[in-house]
Design a binder for this molecule. Structure first.
Ligand SMILES: [Zn+2]
Length: 337
């Protein structure tokens, strides 16, 4: 759910010609263990990204309302590697090549037409997801019957990304309950944006966004109304750890993903947050995700954060990178070698 902010950001720096810096040779032997990325967006273009970006920047900078304020607060930094956007027309191809190279299958969210392009590009590696927001305008909804068709005959498997927080609406709001009732009835898991947002500048770029509407405990009423609903708390409710743990201990149908969070906050903080989730006893609910929407190499970069986590055992890394999501999505377990 960072795409809107990023679009604004690139627009604000003007159109810049850009050639892809990444045309690396693919690994010849696809022997890597499988990875499930439960949080990818069905964009079909990168936006011009002059000079690339640094992930895990150390600060969110203050801004002065009397100046022209950037739409995100990430501090400008030097870093290696930088992440670069794709050349025009190459984004889907570049990301799919990375998915092949890294043996990634991804849940790809978007409107049905956008997701179809990804299904066509990588039919064996895309799990399609769609939701009830129609465009980015607040309150614009897909008709219930249309969404029902997407899940009953259109092959969609997950309802998401549900971005009510960007509208300042609670996930338990009665106005959207019929959609969650549909998901429960059809046994479709739902993926709800909770916690992060605005990249330090929601006040500038997303004025309807409310941090308070990302409180994980706002899911309690929804879960009580729909006791069989399976919920993916996107971005793990960051930074509301205590409330996230409270919800996890109170409801065993709730999982979290670490997408977005994993690359857009300071790295020590990211690792502390994931470590706390695991050490509090919820290792089997933490799912890997990227929030992939701009930079093809983000997937490899984000996987490396889990692979390099010294607080996770090799088995726990596999659980986060694949097994937990496979269980949540009811996919077959990873083949043992
Ligand atoms: Zn999101």
């Amino acid at each position: 759910m960072l795409s809107r902010i990023i679009k604004i950001a690139w627009r604000s720096v003007g159109v810049v010609t850009f050639s892809s810096a990444f045309c690396l040779a693919q690994n010849p032997a696809p022997t890597l263990p499988p990875v499930l990325d439960v949080h990818v967006h069905a964009m079909d273009e990168s936006f011009p990204s002059p000079g690339g970006i640094c992930p895990n920047t150390a600060k969110f900078l203050a801004s002065d309302p009397d100046t022209k304020e950037a739409p995100f607060g990430w501090s400008p930094e030097e870093c290696t590697p930088r992440l670069y956007a794709s050349a025009k027309g190459q984004y889907i191809k570049d990301v799919v090549a990375e998915m092949e190279r890294l043996n990634v299958t991804a849940v790809v969210f978007g409107d049905p037409k956008s997701v179809q392009k990804w299904r066509d590009a990588a039919p064996d590696r895309v799990i399609p997801g769609t939701s009830f927001s129609d465009g980015v305008g607040p309150g614009q909804r897909v008709p219930l019957d249309e969404l029902r068709k997407d899940f009953t005959t259109g092959g969609f498997k997950v309802m998401g990304e549900i971005g009510l927080q960007y509208e300042g609406i609670s996930p338990s709001d009665p106005s959207v309950d019929a959609y969650f009732a549909l998901a429960e009835q059809l046994d479709i898991p739902v993926a709800i944006h909770m916690g992060t947002g605005g990249s330090g500048r929601a006040n500038v770029a997303s004025p309807k966004f409310r941090g308070s509407m990302g409180n994980p405990l706002l899911l309690e009423e929804l879960l009580a109304r729909h006791p069989k609903l399976r919920v993916q708390v996107m971005h793990a409710g960051y930074p509301m750890m205590d409330n996230m743990l409270t919800l996890l201990q109170a409801n065993s149908h709730v999982y979290v993903d670490v997408a977005g969070l994993i690359w857009s906050y300071p790295i020590k903080e990211v690792n502390r947050y994931i470590q706390r989730l695991v050490e509090a006893g919820f290792e089997d609910r933490v799912m890997f995700g990227t929030d992939q929407l701009e930079w093809p190499k983000l997937m490899a970069y984000s996987i490396s954060i889990i692979q390099n986590a010294d607080y996770l055992t090799p088995e726990e890394k596999r659980d986060v990178l694949y097994n937990n999501a496979a269980r949540f999505l009811r996919l077959p377990p990873a083949p043992t070698r």
